[in-house]
Design a protein around this ligand. Sequence first.
Ligand SMILES: [Fe+2]
Length: 240
Amino acid sequence: MQLLSSLLFAQLPSLIANLTSPTAASTVTATAPAMATHTFTLPPLPYEYNALEPHISEQIMKLHHDKHHQAYVTNLNAATASQSEAFKNNDVKAEIALQSAIKFHGGGHINHSLFWPSLCPSSSPCSSPSSAPSFVAAIESQYGSLDTFKDAYNKLLMGIQGSGWGWIVKRNGRIEMEVTKDQDPITTGEVVLGVDMWEHAYYLQYWNDKAAYIKGVWEVINWETAEKRWGGKKVGDVRV
Ligand SMILES: [Fe+2]
């Protein structure tokens, strides 16, 4: 299933190109049709670098967004350009060799693009659960209380071994919690919230104290974004 997902993900640009380009879809030639190369760009932060202080430092936000996320975007663009070339040359081995890089850097781009709007300044109304009446009602219906939900999510986040993400996903109208390793993205359901548990997200400020980082994240969770996503609106989704 994972292999299938990665193969589908790797082929996503060509699938979309075929869907959106009648010429590419309908022309059958002896050589492979040209595969569109998509250029991904770093989305700007929806707030200032220091907006999440004191819970997440300006230094972390600058490095995390401008260096780490930018690197995923840069490497994804390089990998998809190489994939386009490999596809054009019918070089299947090269295409296969590139799938890991596309999955990792593509996942990094997708995950961080979802992460930034999942946060907002603690002084703003968006950081209050009262900004998410429908989502909180669903939480209380499924978990009994917001505190029980938060405890369960905290356990999930604290249990992540190595680098990864903890997600709140809407599937079939219900809340599910899920961990993905490294930069694997969520590929089914709708992401409502996600927390980056890579050390680069907290180590400069919290050192090895993951629990303190998670406590800080709760202060800057963007409940308005969660409410929108719970209602089916896309916020921070990467477009190709
Ligand atoms: Fe990160």
